[in-house]
Design a protein around this ligand. Structure first.
Ligand code: GAL
Length: 367
């Protein structure tokens, strides 16, 4: 008799979890975020693609220990309809076992972002690549492609972009050699490309935004129509301001570029800048963060312990954006958590990102 009860009980538990017993209905920044298998989501430095009614979150797959700061697995993908509950879709781009491959296991793959090209019907992934054993000196951008959103993605190539090109906002002084003129130093061989994001504008044009010039200046580059290459058109923005971790959104015709300072894995203060053209000029607006993260005693001066990675437009709502930050754990990277917060817009179009211990999408209804 006892046996029957036990098996009935476990049956009902299984049923419950399959029927959504553990469904999440809110975001809890900084806390572990279980996927559909109850495993903490492994998609760091990520970005989200909205495609045909679902969201796809791509990010760096980390493993335990310091070695986890290098790519041992690849880029992980998750799928969601509601942004709270994510289904594990597995590894979208896998590192290679071929020692001659640029993405051989042990290289560094960071901040992967995926966009969809409606003309070619291809999903295009760009990411920051550092070649194995070379620290952060290669500073390359890399591209991979797939016919299916969740992959597998085929690695195409990596390179330093805009070789031999001049920016559209060239100034006389940019061509004067000097010890700090990294732009000119790298003009022939291609510009450095580290922390990056992608942005597709309303007219279908896609842009690659990356920390360049030893992280002193960001480069915003138009991609070719197939999104697989650089078009040669680019601008230098936030020149000499030493910003990285770019994330961007467009609201009411204006572009908002959120960045961090450059202190490696350690948090620092965020800042945002606004422009009327994607190529700039961007005017610095200050730190959008407000409030306090009680989990780590961090406020706006430390971006609540996080670093920006992406701004996610919530589908079906106007002016609704989620700012995504990583709370890095470089000693055990797999434990890194995520801080997702809603962006609030003030009267004079000012951006505020307030820390919230728990929140849901209904905040966008009250704006
Ligand atoms: C940060 C950067 C991360 C990663 C880290 C390595 O500045 O934003 O993506 O590159 O440095 O130290």
């Amino acid at each position: 008799m006892g046996k029957i009860v036990i098996s009935l009980m476990s049956f009902s538990v299984t049923l419950c979890s399959n029927a959504g017993y553990a469904q999440r209905t809110a975001f809890e920044p900084s806390h572990p975020w279980p996927d559909n298998n109850g495993v903490h989501i492994n998609a760091h430095g990520g970005g989200v693609l909205s495609h045909e009614g679902a969201y796809y979150w791509f990010g760096e797959h980390k493993i335990q220990g310091r070695r986890g700061n290098t790519a041992q697995v690849g880029v992980h993908c998750y799928r969601s309809k509601d942004l709270y509950n994510w289904q594990d879709e597995g590894v979208a781009l896998r590192v290679s076992d071929d020692p001659d491959s640029e993405i051989v296991r042990g290289c560094i793959i960071e901040r992967p972002k995926v966009i969809y090209n409606p003309k070619t019907k291809k999903f295009v992934m760009w990411f920051h690549l550092e070649l194995k054993g070379q620290g952060y000196t290669a500073a390359r951008t890399a591209v991979a492609v797939s016919d299916n959103v969740v992959g597998p993605y085929t690695f195409l190539r990596s390179f330093r972009p805009n070789a031999g090109r001049l920016p559209i906002n060239l100034r006389d002084e940019d061509l004067v050699p000097g010890p700090n003129n990294y732009f000119l130093r790298d003009m022939e061989t291609g510009q450095m490309a580290r922390d990056m994001t992608l942005f597709v504008d309303e007219n279908g044009k896609a842009y690659h935004i990356a920390a360049s010039e030893e992280n002193y200046t960001l480069h915003i580059s138009l991609l070719t129509d197939d999104f697989l290459d650089f078009s040669g058109l680019f601008s230098r923005v936030l020149i000499g301001k030493h910003r990285e971790a770019p994330a961007i959104c467009k609201r009411q015709g204006r572009y908002y570029l959120l960045t961090s300072g450059c202190t490696g894995w350690a948090p620092n203060a965020a800042s945002y800048a606004a422009a009327d053209s994607i190529f700039g000029p961007y005017e610095t607006q200050g730190n959008p963060c407000q409030g306090f993260n009680p989990e780590n005693n961090s406020g706006p001066d430390l971006t609540f312990g996080g670093q920006s990675t992406f701004i996610l437009p919530v589908q079906g709502k106007t002016d609704a954006f989620i700012a995504m930050f990583d709370l890095w754990q470089p000693r055990n990277p797999i434990d890194g958590t995520y801080i997702w917060l809603p962006i609030e817009w003030g009267k004079d179009n000012r951006m505020t990102i307030r820390y919230r211990e728990k929140w849901d999408l209904s905040v966008f209804e009250r704006q």
